[in-house]
Design a protein around this ligand. Structure first.
Ligand code: URA
Length: 449
């Protein structure tokens, strides 16, 4: 382990920054800037930053600290100037969920509508999946493009999807990976700084946020999701962006497939005009806002109709195919998803009793996927693109003893057994049907426009 550090340029010491936050005090701008700069450069060790992150989870950050942290993380790398592109630049980002895969549909959809989508995404975080891990399930797909290549793909097909890099939002790249494995994801302040630093570095004009709430979200309570949404909308507006946040349901997985290659497959279904209704519906809602804020639809209703038309015309799938080709991916796997990575084994999880699925412990489904190898337990873990879960029953469905609830796709018997336990525990089966069906979109928090 390397030695704990002191700032050379100032007398700030990391140990004092940790203690100050541990004791619930407000950090100064130089202290936060020091922490971000020194960690990004590798001058403070993971263990000290982990301790600081945990102190933030327990003590929180003030609005001023959050704003300075976001700004310092944004300025840890380049801020793109995409003014050479005539199209309006829009993006969408989710706070993270299970089976939450809309980005793969939305980037090519908005591009097909004439907008530019310079999307910087993340990997799986905690029990939630990540866009980069999903894209890498497509053989050859490169999410690590240098800025000039990113610009050229964007100019050619209107969308490009990459990760944080040493050039763009490097502080988030390091902090994100550390938070993933240290139980320090669930802080609205850290989530705000992580998301907004990446998104502000992209040089977008407008941003649509999908803020998840429910048992599979980081914000389990709606009021916490609203707090986070307002924090991010406020931060984006301060930087001159058109902003909206949709508070959406994450009490059960979105769609039917959870796991990297399985989710790519399901997105292809949606882009073909097929796929599960809830996934298509949420894609249309989020797309409608992207098209409206990007100025290619007069209002959200028209945006939704336009988005549906673009999917049904095949133009979205065509655009996705083009982006995959430009980023080095195997388009054969898009034309024939059977060529995506496949797990060696599958096993059905059957219902132990008769009744109705009243609820799902959605986080447990995400954790089951991580346990199978679809996410990371440690920073250096690699992800198995093939494993995951296909749901056959969701909330409201009637089941009998032995009805297949879901199918586990796995490469290790031991991992499959652990995942199966989690999945059985996730399904809450009661004799009566659930009394209430939650809407997909709970609330909309809109900035000015
Ligand atoms: N998505 C991000 O990019 N960062 C977070 O902290 C959570 C979700």
């Amino acid at each position: 382990m390397s030695e704990p550090q002191t700032s050379e340029s100032t007398s700030i010491r990391m140990i004092d920054v940790i203690r100050k936050k541990r004791d619930g005090l407000e950090l100064s701008r130089p202290e936060i800037e020091y922490l971000v700069r020194a960690y990004t450069k590798g001058e403070v060790p993971d263990y000290q930053v982990s301790a600081w992150l945990m102190a933030v989870i327990l003590r929180g950050l003030t609005r001023a600290e959050t704003s300075v942290l976001t700004d310092a993380m944004l300025r840890s790398g380049d801020v793109l100037d995409l003014s050479e592109l005539a199209a309006k630049k829009v993006d969408k980002h989710s706070t993270g969920g299970v089976g939450d895969k809309t980005s793969l549909v939305l980037a090519p959809l908005a591009a097909a509508a004439g907008l530019a989508v310079p999307m910087i995404s993340g990997r799986g975080l905690g029990h939630t999946g990540g866009t980069l891990d999903k894209l890498e399930a497509i053989p050859g797909f490169n999410v690590n493009l240098a800025v000039p290549k990113f610009r050229s793909v964007l100019a050619e097909c209107g969308c490009c999807m990459i990760g944080q890099s040493t050039e763009i939002a490097p502080a988030d790249r390091k902090l994100y990976a550390l938070r993933d494995v240290t139980g320090t994801v669930e802080s609205p302040y850290l989530i705000c700084a992580s998301i907004m630093s990446k998104k502000l570095a992209e040089g977008v004009d407008a941003l649509v946020l999908d803020v998840k709430t429910g048992s599979g979200a980081f914000m389990k309570e709606e009021e916490d999701a609203v707090f986070l949404a307002e924090l991010m909308v406020e931060t984006g507006e301060r930087m001159g962006k058109f902003m909206v946040a949709l508070i959406t349901n994450m009490d059960q997985p979105l769609g039917l497939k959870v796991g990297n290659a399985l989710e790519v497959e399901e997105c292809i279904e949606v882009m073909r005009g097929e796929g599960p209704e809830d996934l298509r519906e949420l894609c249309l809602e989020l797309a409608a806002w992207m098209l409206y804020l990007g100025g290619v639809a007069a209002n959200v209703e028209q945006g939704k109709l336009y988005a549906a038309k673009l999917i049904d015309s095949g133009k979205v799938l065509q655009r996705f195919r083009q982006m995959v080709a430009l980023q080095g991916g195997d388009v054969g796997a898009i034309d024939d998803p059977a060529r995506l990575p496949k797990a060696k084994h599958t096993q059905v999880v059957a219902s132990p009793k008769a009744g109705y699925v009243n609820a799902m412990k959605c986080e447990a489904v995400g954790t089951a996927c991580v346990v199978l190898g679809g996410g990371r337990e440690k920073k250096e873990d690699s992800v198995d693109p093939a494993v995951g879960i296909v749901l056959h029953c969701k909330v409201g469905d009637r089941v009998e003893v032995g009805t297949p609830l879901c199918t586990v796709h796995f490469n290790s018997e031991t991992k499959a057994a652990a995942a199966t336990r989690l999945l059985l525990d996730s399904y809450q089966i009661e004799s009566a049907p659930p009394t209430q069906k939650k809407p997909l979109v709970h609330r909309v928090i809109q900035g000015r426009k």
